[in-house]
Design a protein around this ligand. Structure first.
Ligand code: SDX
Length: 428
């Protein structure tokens, strides 16, 4: 196959190099296109445009393949743990036992946050959406650790920032929830593992004994693995472009949290449950909502369906769907919206509209059902997504910095007014 593309414009011919990745993906390198031809390309939503080369995550949307650093998501979800996957994504290799023990110990000893952070938390009224609280608390780390502001200070300083945000994110997430419901916060319990510590901070109430259910902790660990990275998605691209200006890791992750919040991205898991609840309240007529999703004049979308990259089953959705059955049966939970979800999936997968557009359930379609069975409230679902995606954001930011990538600054094609003279106010 050729390693050069030829572009012909206005009778002129330009040669552009074609690069090939380790999985035989090919791209036309247009980095010199404007210098050669005066032309740029345009691609709203970057549906056909790569922003970088990366060694972190590989997706094959047609085959429904997802691998972190070459390891399949199926293997990792079955055999690994969230913190081990975090180490893999961030440092590029699976840790040896002593490395992993050190990593876990470092994280455990940094779970506490500065007491002054409670003053920031107090500024958020009850009922504040926890995603807004979370992004603010993460950004506040720049104030408590000013040395983190310089991403080029030293590898030791950067790695300390990585450990701190991994360690404090569960605390922030649980505190954002407690603030929203008006309950007192819980401090970390360093005798517990990562997920159990989070669950206890989330659900323990004063003067009540709280024992973490291992079924719930195990399910959460698997869900966090499944959300840990997804190459250049909207929020990871946000983290990279904010970091490309040499903004700190904390500022970049805070931006990523806000990008994830949108209902077309990480906010979809909350939107799925709200959609399923609405369908249930409306009598559970699956066909009515499939027809609404197909109707161009109807703004309704089948949330949790479709994906920019996957044109086959999202492998994470397949794992989560099975886990949903397992967790609900182990917890003895009957959730009628699970049956509605399965009915929607079956109807959509047999409907030409969805088949032609290759719309399959994505990671968000079933995850909310497990979170709900675990007792996690709907408005916390996207916070759970952020908790899982954090190692991916860190890995993407770190790779962009290590590759010394240029500041992200896309061009545009101007379609506004041509030059015109300034009219006095009486002439307008
Ligand atoms: C995540 O990028 C990632 O990797 C994201 C993520 C990650 O891990 O980071 O995987 C997490 O964000 C998953 C996606 C969660 N969002 C949703 O579930 C929201 C519902 N889905 C969509 O809105 C949509 O499918 C997107 C946003 C996910 C993808 O949109 P695209 O790639 O821009 O596709 P599109 O909107 O141009 O749709 C193509 C066609 C259109 O119809 P036509 O104009 O061709 O007639 O498919 C239709 C769309 O109307 N379509 C849907 C639909 N999704 C797409 N129709 C009904 N219901 C849907 N859910």
């Amino acid at each position: 196959m050729s390693n050069v593309a030829e572009l012909k414009v206005d009778g002129k011919s330009y040669e552009l190099p074609i690069i090939e990745g380790s999985e035989k993906e090919r791209a036309i390198d247009i980095s010199k296109l404007r210098a050669q031809s005066g032309l740029i390309t345009i691609d709203p939503g970057f549906k056909n445009t790569g922003s970088t080369t990366s060694s972190i995550t590989f997706l094959d949307g047609e085959q429904g393949i997802l691998r972190y650093r070459g390891y399949s998501i199926e293997d990792l979800a079955e055999k690994s743990s969230f913190l081990e996957v975090a180490y893999l994504l961030i440092y590029g290799v699976l840790p040896k036992k002593d490395e992993f023990d050190t990593f876990k110990r470092d994280i455990t000893t940094h779970t506490l946050v500065h007491e002054d952070i409670k003053k920031i938390l107090d500024g958020f009224p009850s009922n504040s959406h926890p995603m807004g609280t979370l992004s603010s608390l993460v950004c506040s780390l720049t104030a408590f650790y000013p040395e983190s502001l310089d991403p080029n200070r030293s590898w030791e300083a950067t790695n300390m920032s990585i450990i701190r945000i991994l360690a404090k994110m569960p605390t922030f997430a649980a505190w954002a929830y407690k603030n929203e419901v008006g309950h007192p916060v819980n401090y970390p319990d360093n005798s517990l593992d990562y997920c159990s510590n989070f669950l206890k901070m989330m659900f323990a109430l004063p003067a009540e004994q709280y024992d973490v259910d291992p079924v719930v902790a195990d399910a959460l660990d698997k869900l966090l693995i499944l959300h840990a990275d997804h190459e250049q998605n909207c929020s990871a691209s946000t983290v990279r472009i904010v970091g490309s200006s040499k903004a700190s890791l904390y500022a970049s992750v805070s931006a990523g949290i806000n990008a994830l919040w949108g209902p077309l991205h990480g906010g979809a898991n909350q939107a799925v449950i709200e959609m399923l609840e609405n369908i249930k309240a409306d009598g559970g007529d699956v066909k009515k909502y499939i027809d609404k999703a197909k109707d161009k004049d109807d703004s309704f979308r089948l949330m949790g369906f479709g994906h920019r990259v996957y044109k086959n089953f999202d492998p994470r959705a397949r794992i989560i769907k099975k886990a949903a059955d397992d967790v609900l049966s182990k917890l003895g939970v009957q959730d009628p919206v699970l049956d509605i979800a399965k009915g929607l999936e079956e109807a959509a997968l047999n409907d030409d509209y969805f088949v032609e557009r290759k719309l399959y359930p994505n990671v968000d379609f079933y995850s909310g059902i497990i979170y709900r069975a675990m007792g996690i409230p709907t408005e916390m679902f996207t916070v759970m997504f952020a908790l899982g995606r954090l190692p991916g954001w860190i890995a993407q930011w770190k790779e962009m910095r290590e590759n010394n990538e240029p500041i992200g600054r896309p061009r545009q094609i101007y379609v506004g007014s041509n030059q015109r003279t300034y009219p006095s106010i009486d002439e307008r």
